[in-house]
Design a protein around this ligand. Sequence first.
Ligand SMILES: Nc1ncnc2c1ncn2[C@@H]1O[C@H](COP(=O)(O)OP(=O)(O)OP(=O)(O)O)[C@@H](O)[C@H]1O
Length: 462
Amino acid sequence: MKKARILLIDDEAAFCELCSLWLTQAGYEVVSCGDGKQALTLFTAQSFDLVIHDLSLPPSFLPEEGLQLLPHYGEVPVVVITAHNEKALALDAMRLGAWDFISKPIDPDLLLIVVQRAINKRQLQQELNTLKEQHPPTDDDMGLLGVSPSVINTRNLIKRIANTEVPVLIQGPSGTGKEIIAKALHQHSQRKNQAFISVHCGAIPSELLESELFGYKKGAFTGADKDRKGLLSMADQGTLFLDEIGEMPPSMQVKLLRVLQEGCYFPVGGREMEHIDVRLVSATNRDLPSAIEQGHFRDDLFYRIKGVTIKTQALVERPEDLAILVHSIIQKAQPEKSTLHISADAMAWINQQTWPGNVRELKNTLDSLIALTTGDTIGLQEIQFLTGQAEPSQPQTPDTNHQTPDTNHKTLEAQVTALEIRLISQALNQHNQNRTRAAAQLGLSRQGLLKKIARYGLNSDV
Ligand SMILES: Nc1ncnc2c1ncn2[C@@H]1O[C@H](COP(=O)(O)OP(=O)(O)OP(=O)(O)O)[C@@H](O)[C@H]1O
């Protein structure tokens, strides 16, 4: 692997020599110089991964002049060297974009930790820039982010079939973007200016599903005091998205099949047939052929809805998508705080998880971490708060952030809040985001849990 290159700027030749020796022994390539002008010439002519900068440089030796050099280093992280009592100067440097500071006399072990963290940050930034160059955020992403072959193929397939009338069945684990795919199919079709109606077949009680879908006429049943349009009628000319179709009760499956075959239906209690023209997109996380074998799903309905099948993959099978998803989720959560970022060791922790709840779980976890982050960096400390683990199973590199949470300086209320967020997130993750089961585990009513989720911003949609 290419050695990381460091530009070391300090007017004390003996210090430069010693520091260069420590860094070279640790495997870095070091170029040193003694004044700001020469530093900028070297920086422009060569490429560096890190700048270590003394701010009191000849000819003026005024640190204020050294500060003015900082913006010239662009995205390359700068570690500022300060004297023992120059706290204000260090803070000014950080405000101007310096990544970190270290005070003289310098402890070589601390120096190596600070340097390693800065280089990690640089490498992450470079990886992200490459990803952005290879996959610039365009409409082509369709909101379905990712660089894995599975996501790229899905985007290509959407483009090919969106403008046809072929039914689409999206099959894959929960939280892998099935609804995004359905919306993208609609958005890229000629029906895009008409309605996109989403029906969550598992969430509507079976006795209500028929009237919800077909609508009803006044007097059809007790409480039907006026005509009401159904979801099918609302979807006319547009796209009908039947989410969790595997959960549709068998009696309803027969009725739906008839509508799909004949293109018409009777509203509940109605005598006049209504015609519809919809593009059908269905989704399920069940294996429908097995459900057919077990007698839970009709094979004739399956053949009618399956058309083209799009399969989504669990996040654990496409770890190359994590970086871009994490970046996008952080950006969307804090658009006004563009400096918020994730530390290299926190990213390494994210890479180590299996994410059974897929992108939804990743998003919920990041939202909680963002809520717990007080500075600009989501780090191991926030993860420790969230997971309750004394030491998240990282880092491979030393990290100065990796400390026990400073509970002594937090109010009791803040600590209780952090604990609640952690326990709720754990329960939701454990139950695949099923709130009823998570509430039962926590000894809360579902309503009580929903209130807490809303209060702490632990919502499940990106
Ligand atoms: N590839 C992706 N790019 C960006 N966001 C994604 C991606 N995949 C999923 N998400 C986000 O994850 C969350 C869950 O996605 P979605 O609801 O589409 O999943 P699903 O597969 O339909 O889940 P379920 O089966 O539980 O309904 C949403 O907030 C969505 O925006």
